[in-house]
Design a protein around this ligand. Structure first.
Ligand SMILES: [Mg+2]
Length: 263
């Protein structure tokens, strides 16, 4: 018997902990996605990671035998730029602290990204993880935010997993600006609703027909529930069955992994 709730026509899939762990795929992804396509399910991938571009994820998925297109990948950078696009016209100068995933999304949406030397011209600040972050970048962003310039962040994750353990994530870095300014950013990624709304738009399905699948209760499941989708927790990543059973509101499905969920 299928674990999928009745009437589901689309999936919003988290990636780390659902499809892979570090560099290792979880199960036979090619077979799992054949199964998903046999069931006629549409798929969008949604990740809080802001550093990579959608195309980099498409290439990574292809290396595991999963064929998809760029539009099917929603990153927290894309979600942040989508939020900016709802408020500011194309051409607006933006000061961004981030990597290719963020700067490319800004470029593609017609925003002007400023170098740090011209940061003071910005009409909005957006921050993701930047492995070349430094004192000058953080100072310029703080000056802007303290002046009342709108402040956005890609995702709230305090840490970022590496094979050696957890290192500071976007949430830790932007907390410096929060501490220095007393102002909190508008956050695009999970558990906020913005990334889920963009994913639903991409799927083109009503939310009652979409299942959000993730491995972390406080981000994936909270985000899915925030937008009124059914949610499935897979046990191949961070959260345990005991934690999932204690979560409220109750989760629709708890499955060992994605393959089991769609079998
Ligand atoms: Mg995950």
């Amino acid at each position: 018997m299928s674990l999928l709730p009745e009437g589901i026509k689309g999936l919003i899939l988290d990636m780390d902990g659902v499809l892979w762990k570090a560099d290792a795929p979880i199960g036979d992804l090619a077979a799992t996605f054949r199964r998903i396509s046999e069931k006629g399910l549409k798929v969008v991938f949604a990740t809080n990671n802001s550093t990579r571009t959608p195309h980099q994820y498409v290439e990574r998925l292809r290396s595991f035998g999963v064929i998809c297109e760029d539009w099917q990948v929603v990153t927290s950078s894309l979600a942040a730029v989508d939020l900016l696009g709802k408020r500011f016209p194309a051409g607006t100068p933006i000061y961004a602290i981030g990597e290719a995933g963020l700067t490319q999304a800004l470029d593609e949406n017609g925003f002007t990204t400023l170098p740090v030397e011209r940061a003071e011209e910005a009409q909005a600040v957006v921050m993701g993880i930047d492995r070349a972050i430094n004192f000058q970048k953080l100072s310029e962003a703080t000056l802007l935010v303290r002046r009342g310039i709108p402040f956005y962040a890609t995702n709230p994750d305090k840490t970022f997993p590496t094979p050696r353990g957890e290192i500071p994530g976007a949430g830790s870095w932007y907390s410096i600006i929060v501490t220095a300014s007393g102002i909190e950013p508008i956050v695009a990624g999970k558990p906020g609703p913005a990334m889920m709304e963009l994913s639903l738009e991409r799927l083109g399905l009503p939310r009652e027909q979409v299942l959000v699948v993730g491995d972390r209760l406080e981000t994936d499941i909270a985000a899915g529930q925030a937008v009124g989708c059914a949610c499935a927790l897979v046990l191949s990543g961070v959260s345990s069955r005991e934690q999932a059973q204690a979560w409220l509101p109750a989760i629709d499905v708890i499955a060992a992994d994605l393959a089991t969920l769609v079998s």
